[in-house]
Design a protein around this ligand. Structure first.
Ligand SMILES: O=C(O)CCC(=O)C(=O)O
Length: 331
């Protein structure tokens, strides 16, 4: 047991060439079936509406906890003591019965920690030009200085020049409202080659405060992360994250609008989980290499207290889901 999250000896990572394998039919079918389905569909595992404890084969069981003292200390350090919410009781970790190794920690992060995390990811780390986004391959994206600390403060007339001569320039509104889909922190994943750069000395450092938060709650050494930015209607196709040379757990944090998250290992097994702002999903053991996808991001589901975030661009978050997906690249 490490900080409440059980650590078992995990299976070895699959060969890196498997990154190009096609997802199995049952995961593709589950993904397709939930692209248009409601968050309340009967096939969805909803941690706010679990069947009663007496159920003979519960879909998820709380088997361990993150202690209130560990969570309080981690949140307080992360928020520099200022904004922190102290946690009153131990936080339940649920194991999902149909996917061995898959754990869900509903409502782990209090609102103040979620806002601090968003601020660090989007108003600080996104501004660092060493953390690449999906847009860097297509546009000249200089850092937002001088005069602005983040892209969210840039005046509406700002545009970014297209790199190709026949490409159209990108206005800041369109960048932030639609085109920005991901930013990579630390280890810069190459999406076309499906691998990390061999020369780690050239990589930007993983943000220390986020590494410490994730380390103290989940016991992994954060070395790379993908921050996924979704608008309602966006999806993430079934895939496996197998480019890391470590079997350490993968940690996924949801912020903003609600979504459905699918995961499955083996033949014909899978689960569809409703994920809300502040939830964490941990993929360990067999589930570390699980097929997974996001078939639905639902409009009008951002919690009220987060809708106006950030001050610099009011209500941007009302129409967004941000997912922080943290990996350890090597042991
Ligand atoms: O958005 C999510 O919940 C999952 C993201 C994911 O699977 C990934 O980045 O590999």
């Amino acid at each position: 047991m490490q900080n409440g999250v059980k650590m078992k000896t995990p299976p070895k990572p699959p060969p890196i060439s498997y990154a190009h394998h096609a997802p199995p039919a049952h995961i593709r079918a589950l993904h397709k079936a939930h692209q248009k389905s409601a968050l309340t569909a009967p096939t969805v595992l909803d941690f706010e509406n679990l069947p009663p404890n007496s159920s003979s084969s519960p879909p998820a069981i709380a088997t361990s906890t993150i202690s209130a003292s560990i969570a309080s200390a981690a949140f307080s350090a992360f928020c520099d003591g200022a904004d922190a919410t102290s946690v009153e009781s131990d936080i339940l970790i649920y194991k999902v019965a149909s996917v061995p190794g898959l754990e869900v920690i509903p409502n782990l992060f209090p609102p103040s920690v979620q806002k601090t995390l968003l601020r660090k990811l989007l108003l600080r780390d996104l501004s660092d030009p060493r953390h690449k986004t999906n847009l860097h391959a297509h546009y000249n994206l200089p850092p937002p200085s001088p005069g602005a600390r983040s892209y969210f403060e840039l005046p509406p007339e700002t545009t970014f020049r297209a790199l190709s001569t026949d490409g159209r320039d990108l206005p800041i509104d369109r960048m932030l409202d639609k085109k920005l889909r991901w930013v990579t922190l630390g280890g810069q994943y190459d999406w076309s080659l499906k691998k990390y750069p061999v020369d780690s000395s050239s990589l930007p450092k993983f943000p220390r405060d986020i590494r410490e938060l994730v380390g103290s709650l989940f016991g992994i050494t954060a070395q790379a992360a993908i921050v996924n930015i979704y608008s309602p209607g966006d999806t993430l196709a079934p895939h496996r994250d197998i480019s890391e040379a470590s079997s350490a757990s993968l940690v996924s944090v949801s912020l903003g609008c609600e979504a459905l998250f699918i995961a499955g290992v083996g033949e014909g097994e899978g689960v569809v989980v409703r994920v809300r702002s502040g939830d964490a999903v941990v993929m360990s053991g067999e589930a570390r290499w699980a097929w997974h996808s996001v078939p639905t991001v639902a409009a009008r589901t951002c919690p009220e207290w987060l809708q106006e975030w950030p001050e610099e661009r009011r209500c941007w978050m009302m129409g967004k889901r941000v997912n922080l997906n943290v990996r350890q690249m090597w042991d």
